[in-house]
Design a binder for this molecule. Structure first.
Ligand code: AMP
Length: 408
């Protein structure tokens, strides 16, 4: 289990210890590709002009309030859930109130969870009722199931895919790591219902991803760049897409994906259901919500201001640049004296990541580094070495800052 997370962010150290839950917080450095690196992404994609009268009708409201749903004010207050917007259904405090199909309930039952997390409790009725929504929630809040389980219900109510149809549910995610993590969950819950999913991301061979898409998948989880490539090349299409999820929207904007996201959303019928998730709510994210969502309801769990995850002990050690490396090594000696401990060290830049990895390896530490300039194959390999404890110290730029649950 991961025991320490160190953010090397000159001139501070942040040392995290305690429970293995991580709040993203969106405060990471802008490690993504700079705007313009992609040229003009999707320039061959034409903006679609929709004639709503010609589009086949589809259902998106599957919500029926369960008779057990009771007074909810205390629940919302105690879980710090705030709701903005009109006609938001009451939260579901028990799993059975969501009326999910039995095969979904069976998978939930196996997890042994006590109750829905707050974002699920309020997100499920909202998503099942077909409304557009914004969820301000962090990694670790249970947001993946908050949008995936209603997606399964949505898909089950649509006509079967026909040859040449693209996905019904599209999830856009900023990084390969997050996209893969979401797909694992989609596969686990979709298996029993025979829903197929694919994870589409850059830096890996296109062939297998294209083959999956061509075979027909109901759920596609994609990073924006690779999906644009496939749309331009006609390897898939979004004609059947009626359920769109933008996961970690703040992070996608931070990474410069806005032009790609806009091109992709232009390809999806406007009466789709759109669910947007973000750890933070800056004006750029609000603008995206205004542009893509209709009369949406926003739910927020926890304090409205950005705050750190209370499950994590944080120690901030203010020091000079010159002192940092020695302090770090002293700290590691203490942490790594326990064999089973693992540590992630975040650096702000790729260069610093390489330098520190080199220095630590020279000093005999079992450290490995990842950042955006490493090949996908190398990143996969390093993550696996870390995950299975062969290299218990991971040095990373913020390519690894989300989806940490995946690593532990
Ligand atoms: P997420 O925020 O989607 O990344 O989920 C974080 C973790 O919470 C995952 O490991 C889930 O398996 C777990 N999780 C999801 N729903 C629940 C729940 N209702 N109770 C306890 N854990 C959950």
């Amino acid at each position: 289990m991961l025991s320490h997370l160190i953010l090397g962010c000159s001139p501070y150290y942040f040392r995290y210890g305690g429970a293995p839950r991580f709040g993203g917080g969106g405060g990471g450095s802008r490690g993504g590709p700079p705007q313009g690196k992609f040229g003009n992404p999707g320039e061959r994609l034409r903006k679609k002009h929709w004639n709503m009268d010609e589009l086949p009708k589809f259902e998106k409201n599957f919500y029926q309030e369960h008779p057990d749903v009771t007074q909810v004010e205390n629940y919302l207050r105690s879980k710090e859930v705030t709701v903005k917007g009109r006609d938001c259904p009451k939260p579901m405090m028990k799993f059975h109130e969501a009326n999910f199909p039995n095969y979904v309930m069976d998978v939930i039952a196996k997890q042994g969870w006590a109750e829905p997390t707050p974002i699920q409790a309020q997100g499920w009725p909202l998503a099942l009722s077909g409304k557009d929504m914004v969820g301000i929630a962090q990694t670790g809040s249970g947001k993946t199931l908050a949008y995936l389980l209603p997606a399964i219900v949505h898909i089950q109510h649509q006509p079967f895919l026909e040859h040449g149809d693209g996905p019904i549910c599209l999830v856009l995610a900023p990084t390969r790591e997050l996209a893969q993590q979401v797909q694992q969950v989609a596969a686990e819950y979709g298996r029993a219902s025979r829903l197929k999913s694919v994870c589409v991301y850059g830096g890996a061979p296109k062939g297998p991803q294209i083959r999956d898409l061509e075979r027909g998948v109901e759920i596609c989880i994609a990073t924006p760049g690779r999906l644009i490539d496939f749309l331009e090349a006609g390897k898939t299409n979004l004609r059947r897409c009626t359920y769109l999820v933008l996961d970690e929207a703040d992070r996608m904007l931070d990474m410069g994906f806005e032009p790609q996201i806009r091109k992709i959303v232009d390809q999806i019928r406007p009466d789709r259901q759109t669910l947007m998730w973000s750890a933070t709510w800056p004006k750029e994210v609000r603008q995206l919500a205004e542009d893509f969502l209709k009369q949406y309801v926003q739910i927020n769990v926890g304090a409205l201001q950005l705050s750190a995850n209370h499950n994590i002990l944080q120690i901030v050690d203010v020091c000079n640049d010159g002192e940092k490396d020695d302090k770090l090594l002293r700290l590691l000696e203490e942490i790594m004296s326990e064999k089973e401990n693992k540590t992630i060290i975040f650096t702000e830049t790729k260069r610093r990541c390489d330098e520190l990895t080199r220095r630590m390896r020279r000093d005999g530490w079992p450290a490995m580094g990842i950042h955006g300039d490493k090949s996908q194959q190398e990143r996969d390999w390093v993550l696996n070495e870390f995950k299975y404890g062969k290299a218990p110290i991971l040095i990373a730029t913020d390519v690894a800052s989300r989806g940490l649950v995946f690593l532990t």
